[in-house]
Write a protein that binds this ligand. Structure first.
Ligand code: GDP
Ligand code: GDP
Length: 436
């Protein structure tokens, strides 16, 4: 689970420039894969092997002239809700403005870790102007030039120093963290209420976490779970309820904190682009995924309905065909128990490890069944593979020459592994290495 860093500040101080400088390289790498976020407001970043999520709150909604201050306040609020560390960016040469002061007041009261960043200092020597910013009450300003890439290393050093010691201790090991995600009104809250209300589960009264997300810990058939709820957060807060892009940020952080995401789809509406986008977030973050088609009670069914739905979903969400689909009704409770069982199964896939011996039996068989292609008289050779990680499962496969490896053969190997070992509901990651 990655720490979250939010960039906050009034317009034109250089937030998006800073965002792009910190994450730019990584965005370029992942750009072309299907289901990948194209949002410029949220990306994974890395510094000295510390991975974190960076959010540019200024990119959440376009500024409009008349409501700038209220927008900025909302952005600060989102940052306070979601961030482990807040970067409060000011224009180092422009002096303190009244908007800077307003933001500072909100951030100070939050008790969150805040780093004050004086941007646009394009010269190596620190000008006297920046001392004024001590007054905002966040200690020594960190001097950078996002435009000229100056001071970014020092800033990143400070950011990672502020990360919480151990982000994984929210819950004890083995607790299955499941986020309930999906568009508004698909039935996320109803689903949670149904699970908690029908004596299916034992709700624990231990309060969840220090975070603002609404976490519901419970026990089902002896296993411990936590529902991480995005809908509840929306209800608890009032200010930003109507702004969909804010709920995107909450969805992203809920996914980040979970092992398995349950994407709830409204059967009366069908699967949409927005659903694909949300599924894409879970896929991209390497989390388990289940698709719950809700309000199934409202659908008039023939013997084909279910198949057609499934086909539609597989088409629209073609990059997550590993995700099991379950047709439920949060209202009547139909197949809600089945959903709970599937969460456990997907978690098992997500954490499953197979031995190198067994894996290589399957790889060898797959190669015999379907020889790797040749290219200019040379054939791809697959030496052996090994599973190197879980959550999600990750494999390293040793081959003779990466140039000979084609995506279709990669896909074939993945399919063979899935066919033999299941891994239902979890993405699999592959790394191919050359070995002489
Ligand atoms: P945002 O509205 O806070 O996201 O600000 P932008 O990143 O869009 O930057 C606003 C303007 O400031 C743009 O014209 C940038 O090119 C410029 N800018 C950003 N960082 C720097 C910097 O370090 N030095 C200088 N001189 N200009 C910068
Ligand atoms: P959320 O915004 O995703 O949390 O959605 P809600 O749980 O608030 O549900 C939105 C609306 O759909 C409410 O009026 C619910 O009563 C209704 N609803 C939710 N699940 C079902 C269902 O399975 N069947 C039917 N008929 N209505 C449902």
């Amino acid at each position: 689970m990655r720490p979250v860093v939010c960039i906050v500040g009034r317009p034109n101080v250089g937030k998006s420039t800073l965002f792009n400088k910190i994450v730019g390289r990584r965005i370029a790498i992942t750009e072309d894969r299907p289901g990948v976020t194209r949002d410029r407001i949220y990306a994974e970043a890395e510094w000295l092997n510390n991975y974190f999520i960076l959010i540019d709150t200024g990119g959440i909604e376009p500024y409009s002239d008349d409501i700038i201050l209220s927008q900025i306040k909302r952005q600060a609020e989102i940052a306070i809700d979601t961030a482990d560390v807040i970067l409060f960016v000011v224009d180092g040469l422009g002096g303190i403005t009244s908007t800077d002061r307003e933001i500072a007041n909100i951030l100070r009261k939050s008790g969150k870790e805040v780093l004050l960043v004086c941007n646009k200092i394009d010269t190596p020597k620190t000008p006297d102007e920046i001392y004024e910013f001590y007054e905002l009450g966040f200690g020594e300003p960190i001097v950078v030039s996002a435009g000229q890439s100056l001071g970014l290393g020092d800033l990143l050093d400070e950011i990672i120093k502020k990360f919480p010691e151990n982000k994984d201790t929210d819950y004890e090991e083995g607790v299955i963290k499941a986020s309930i995600i999906g568009k508004p009104n698909v039935g996320k809250s109803s689903l949670i209420n149904n699970v908690l209300g029908e004596n299916r589960v034992i709700v624990s009264n231990v309060p969840g976490t220090t975070r603002d997300a609404v976490d519901t810990p419970f026990t089902y058939k002896g296993d411990k779970y936590v529902f991480i709820d995005t809908a509840g957060v929306r209800r608890k807060r009032s200010i930003s309820e109507n702004i969909e892009r804010y709920s995107v940020i909450r969805t992203l952080t809920a996914i980040e904190r979970s092992d398995v995401s349950i994407l709830v789809i409204d059967a009366t509406v069908g699967v949409t682009e927005q659903d694909a986008k949300i599924a894409g977030y879970a896929h991209e973050r390497g989390k388990g995924l289940i698709i719950a088609v809700n309000k199934w009670d409202l659908i008039e069914k023939s013997n084909k309905t279910y198949r057609e739905f499934e086909k539609n979903i597989k088409n629209t969400l073609s990059f997550v065909t590993y995700a099991p689909i379950v047709f439920i009704s949060a209202k009547t409770g139909k197949r809600v128990d089945k959903l709970l069982q599937i969460i456990k199964e997907v978690y098992n896939s997500y954490t499953k490890r197979i031995s190198t011996g067994v894996l290589n039996d399957i790889i060898n068989e797959a190669v015999l069944l379907n020889q790797p292609p040749t290219d200019k008289g040379r054939r791809l050779k697959i030496y052996y593979g090994t599973q190197v990680g879980v959550m999600p499962p990750k494999f390293v496969i040793f081959i003779n020459d990466k140039e000979l490896l084609h995506f279709s053969y990669e896909r074939y190997l993945e399919n063979q592994i899935r066919l033999n070992f299941g891994y239902e509901g979890t993405p699999l990651q592959f790394e191919f290495k050359e070995k002489g």
